[in-house]
Design a protein around this ligand. Structure first.
Ligand SMILES: Cc1cc2nc3c(=O)[nH]c(=O)nc-3n(C[C@H](O)[C@H](O)[C@H](O)COP(=O)(O)OP(=O)(O)OC[C@H]3O[C@@H](n4cnc5c(N)ncnc54)[C@H](O)[C@@H]3O)c2cc1C
Length: 318
């Protein structure tokens, strides 16, 4: 008997067929409404698990388009990712998305993981190459018979099951890309392979995002580009990470965070204000979906979503 994989492969013979079959991003159906989504990482301890539970509960009432859960470098947190997405979907009813990285893994291994998500009722994957275990500067090693890049991963997943698939995009170019054009070409390949939407790396420079959006449109990339918003809780750490990822921080943002690292209340107010201002500017560009890197905390993401007009919907009692 032919396997499900072979049958699907026979049905999907070209990029055009894949593109025709791919479901539209659900948020695209209501163009005027602001929608949000939230990203978490799998907790390492019982205390972190409890805190994440509270965060998820608090943010679920905003009825996000989805909540996604990251996967550690080299797939190191796969079990935790699996448990957390299942928990989100069963306890809140919000659609959960699992990040799936292919670096260092074999194709069979990846396909088995994807199948286990499908069996568990998870229909949305964030398909990524991932970073080598030694970090973003390490040399990328695909697994034996593995997917070399995320476009191949997307193509493989689309042949396996009709998943909704998000991919990564880099408004200021991926740190290891040969050039901005090569990186744009890579995004186009991911869209053509069947991605539903792209979620961007965090950024602070709205003009850089606007230029990138323009380039994606001119390149014929027809999937929604969802900006990744990082509400800042520790500016020194964010600045170091931004440097490693080649994400620019405008001088004005540096100035606004100056001298408040030991003053949590002021820091929180400033962070909410900066991220809200960024989202308002993005709205003027036509953005309607915002993806928040929550770092497993609810307060800032909730406040910013509220300022964008997103309101909590509580279940009726009785
Ligand atoms: C929204 C988002 C979520 C993320 N979540 C996670 C996570 O959960 N876990 C994790 O470990 N990491 C995560 N990352 C980080 C991501 O895994 C790294 O940035 C990784 O280095 C690239 O992954 P990618 O899917 O963008 O790879 P790709 O799209 O494969 O691109 C990787 C690099 O290769 C280049 N490239 C692409 N195709 C080709 C080709 N055919 N030939 C030559 N060069 C090519 C690209 O220009 C780019 O420089 C996330 C990033 C984002 C933006």
């Amino acid at each position: 008997m032919p396997s499900a994989l072979a049958l699907s492969a026979a049905n999907l013979t070209s990029d055009a067929a894949v593109a025709a079959a791919k479901p539209p991003a659900p948020e695209a159906r209501e163009a005027s409404r602001i929608s949000v989504s939230f990203e978490f990482f799998p907790p390492k301890t019982r205390a972190m698990e409890n805190q994440l539970g509270q965060t998820i509960e608090r943010l679920a009432v905003l009825q996000p388009a989805f909540m996604s859960v990251t996967c550690g470098a080299g797939g190191s947190t796969r079990e935790g990712t699996h448990q957390t997405v299942r928990r989100i979907q069963s306890e809140t009813g919000v659609r959960a998305a699992a990040h799936l990285t292919c670096a260092g893994a074999s194709r069979t291994e990846i396909d088995q993981i994807a199948e286990s998500y499908w069996t568990a009722g998870i229909r949305h994957l964030v398909a990524l190459r991932g970073d080598p275990v030694h970090g973003a500067d390490g040399v990328h090693q695909p697994g034996p018979d593995g997917y070399h890049h995320a476009d191949a991963l997307v193509r493989g997943l689309r042949m396996l099951r009709p998943f909704e698939i998000s991919v990564a995009a880099y408004p200021e170019t991926h740190a290891q890309a040969a050039s901005a054009q090569a990186d744009l070409d890579a995004l186009k390949r991911k869209a053509d392979a069947g991605a539903t939407r792209a979620i961007t790396q965090f950024f602070f420079d709205v003009d850089a995002f606007a230029r990138f959006l323009d380039k994606t449109q001119r390149a014929g990339i027809d999937i929604p580009i969802v900006p990744g918003i990082l509400p800042v809780t520790n500016f020194a750490k964010v600045a170091a990470f931004a440097k490693a990822c080649k994400v620019g921080i405008p001088a004005g943002v540096h100035t606004q965070f100056e001298g408040i690292s030991d003053d949590p209340a002021t820091l929180q107010g400033v962070a909410a204000s900066i991220a809200t201002e960024q989202c308002m500017a993005l709205r003027k560009l036509g953005v309607r979906h915002f993806h928040f890197y929550t770092l497993n905390r609810a307060e800032l993401s909730f406040a910013i979503a509220h300022l964008l007009g997103v309101r909590a919907v509580h279940a009726e009692v009785g």
